[in-house]
Write a new protein. Structure first.
Length: 281
């Protein structure tokens, strides 16, 4: 798909698992397991799927997945897929870490920012040595001093070294990155999460981050137990989804194990999937 000056590609760096109950909050298991069957530890399979935007001068990654800085205990807890990696994903796309010019981080939870850094000769360094990393200042400040509820979602080694190396660019609010890329701040899942809207006169793709991590989270009440402000998430979905319907946006899901993006419609039962897609092809 091409939007403005950018060619869009989908990159998948692997899979992991999180508790299904935590992923769907108050929604009963008898409902969510129809679309997201759990394993014997009640975990559902989740992707780490990223958008790659390429122009004549830039190669931009949106979110970077789990990374490799995991010990065996945590790999087991989160069912980390060791058969895939960011290195393999980039190689498959004909790219190297050095080719990436910009990394847009929707937020700093470990499953979105883990590959931001890598261990090199005993030191944590930026994974993409030529890239500028872009994140909301509010999210960075929250990640350094999170609440007891969500501190397990942040790993300092994923983002503090970026600041120390001087490669972080702080965004403040709903800024326009360039003619095609705009940041839309949401605060329900975590403070200062930025959705990424890529649009021109013909098409709009919204990288939904964890406002709607999977296709199953399109209905408004389907909200994660991880969210720090769930009622704010409700309000944000009710603000964004009507526009997505009216303007036929393509909603991109970073975590859905099968569906990359979908369009939405409004029915007498609320917002639902209109069409679903596994690729831009």
């Amino acid at each position: 798909m091409k939007i403005g000056k950018y060619n869009l590609r989908i990159i998948n760096s692997g899979f992991f698992g999180l508790d299904g109950g935590a992923m769907f909050g108050i929604i009963p298991k008898v409902l969510w397991q129809k679309t997201n069957p759990p394993d014997d530890a009640n975990r559902i399979k989740l992707a780490t799927r990223h958008l790659l935007l390429e122009s004549s001068s830039k190669k931009i990654f949106i979110d970077v997945g789990m990374g490799t800085k995991w010990d065996e205990k945590l790999k087991k807890i989160y069912a980390v897929d060791e058969n895939h990696s960011m290195t393999q994903a980039l190689n498959g796309a004909g790219l190297k870490f050095e080719d990436i010019t910009d990394v847009i981080l929707t937020h700093l939870h470990f499953d979105h920012a883990g590959s931001s850094t890598i261990l090199v000769n005993g030191k944590i360094m930026p994974t993409f040595p030529n890239a500028k990393y872009h994140v909301q200042k509010e999210q960075f400040d929250w990640a350094k001093k999170p609440s007891e509820k969500d501190k397990g979602s942040f790993v300092n080694d994923d983002f503090v070294p970026l600041a120390e190396e001087g490669v972080l660019n702080f965004i403040n609010g709903n800024e326009q990155f360039d003619d095609e890329i705009q940041f839309l701040v949401t605060n329900g899942h975590t403070f200062g999460q930025q959705l990424v809207k890529i649009s021109d006169s013909s098409n709009t793709v919204l990288q939904c981050a964890d406002l709607m991590p999977t296709m199953s989270h399109i209905p408004v009440p389907y909200i994660m137990g991880y969210d720090v402000q769930p009622l704010i998430t409700v309000r944000e979905k009710n603000e964004i989804l009507p526009i997505a319907v009216e303007e036929n946006w393509k909603l991109f899901f970073g975590h859905d194990p099968e569906v990359a993006f979908a369009t939405v419609k409004q029915t007498d039962k609320g917002f639902r999937v209109a069409e679903r897609f596994t690729s831009f092809g």
